[in-house]
Design a protein around this ligand. Structure first.
Ligand code: NAP
Ligand code: ZN
Ligand code: ZN
Length: 347
């Protein structure tokens, strides 16, 4: 066992505080990673505040992790001491269900092991990346290409893959009109990736406050959803809409923006339901879909795609003591566009 420094939520209502946690001893298939940077995802906030249901406390969150390998188990073949690596939203899966065997372990039928707030194979609750070190089984560890600046690489491990996966699955590319709802951590990555894939990209944000940024990041068009004229003007327009909004929105108003055979994919994960009117789906034979992160193979593909296209998240580096303030800014949509914790300030 290894005792390491971390920032944990003591309860659903209290600020995160500095603490120590135990990491398991490095097993034959494990790597020990000294964490350099950890991104702050809105899911971290949903989780610690109980939006998705009760969890046990204290809980360390964080699933956008990059760092250096400092120790490897005796049977490890994929990684070496000194490697630049990343860990995303899952740290294991059953490896034997139909979905795992199909290479879609994020959809493991027994539930993948989340990087935090999940029951690990040894029965303990997993603790995430707001910490100085983490021990992870080698095949759930990604290689971070040198071409991606290290602090900017962290958010790719969730915000990057969560948007890359549906964009790739639903064939965003030349000739496709893609809309991104919400210009936050996931949304700004969706804009960059969809643009790099060659799609025509429209941002649907609450206001025009981030329009200049959106266009600079690769959007072709930018509309305010606070203006009802937007929904009239864009009716029957899009092949694919990626909804990244963390709160419940009137999903039927957005479904109506899909053209024939268009698909709206929700990656945003509010605790409340998003009620759909079937008649809205009937028009244009529309599809309402969901998507959860991406597989390990696809995550490596996304990292290599970003390196090749010179894509990296827009980040604001914060010290561990500023995590609680960063949470408030995320909750008020005041993030440009991902907070990343400098893990050296956690110790
Ligand atoms: P974020 O940085 O807070 O971005 C969310 C954006 O949604 C905001 O920037 C804002 O964009 C918009 N928004 C927020 N509240 C709104 C409201 N009441 N009405 C309309 N728009 C609103 O969050 P994130 O880290 O990108 O995460 C977004 C969501 O995705 C969260 O629910 C998170 O849990 C979920 N998530 C899902 C997966 C998955 O695998 N499916 C993975 C990661 C995260 P504008 O200011 O542009 O309007
Ligand atoms: Zn996340
Ligand atoms: Zn499985």
């Amino acid at each position: 066992m290894l005792t390491v420094d971390a920032y944990a939520a003591p309860s659903a209502t209290e600020p995160l505080i500095k603490t120590t946690i135990e990491r398991r001893a490095v097993g034959p298939n494990d790597v020990l990673i000294e964490i350099a940077y950890a991104g702050i995802c809105h899911s971290d906030i949903h989780t610690v505040r109980g939006d998705w249901g009760p969890i046990s406390y204290p809980q360390v969150v964080g699933h956008e992790i990059v760092g250096f390998v400092t120790e490897v188990g005796s049977d490890v073949t994929l990684h070496s001491v000194g490697d630049r690596v990343g860990v995303g939203c899952m740290v294991n899966s059953c490896r034997e269900c139909d979905n795992c065997l199909a290479g879609a372990e994020q959809y493991c039928l027994k539930g993948n092991t989340g990087t935090y707030a999940a029951v690990d194979t040894d029965g303990t609750i997993t603790q995430g990346g707001y910490s100085t070190h983490i021990v992870v089984v080698e095949d759930f560890v990604l290689k971070v290409p040198e071409a991606i600046p290290f602090e900017a690489a962290a958010p790719l491990l969730c915000a990057g893959i969560t948007t890359y996966s549906p964009l790739s699955h639903w064939n965003a590319g030349p000739g496709k009109r893609v809309a991104v709802v919400g210009m936050g951590g996931l949304g700004h990555m969706a804009v960059k990736i969809a643009h790099a894939m060659g799609a025509e990209v429209t941002v649907l944000s609450q206001t025009l406050g981030k329009k200049e940024d959106g266009l600079r990041l690769g959007a072709d068009h930018y509309f305010a959803t606070g203006d009802s004229a937007t929904f009239t003007e864009l009716k029957n327009s899009f092949d694919l809409i990626i909804n990244t909004v963390s709160a419940a929105i009137d999903i039927n108003a957005y479904l109506a923006l899909l053209r024939l055979d268009g698909t709206l994919v929700s990656v945003g994960a509010p605790g409340e339901p998003l009620p759909v009117r079937v008649f809205t789906l009937f028009g244009n034979r529309r599809t309402f879909a969901g998507s959860s992160i991406g597989s390990i193979r696809e995550t490596q593909e996304m990292l290599d795609f970003c390196a090749e296209h010179g894509i990296a998240p827009e980040t604001e580096l914060v010290s561990a003591e500023d995590i609680n303030e960063a949470y408030e800014r995320v909750l008020s949509s005041d993030v440009r566009y991902r907070f990343v914790i400098d893990a050296s300030t956690i110790a």
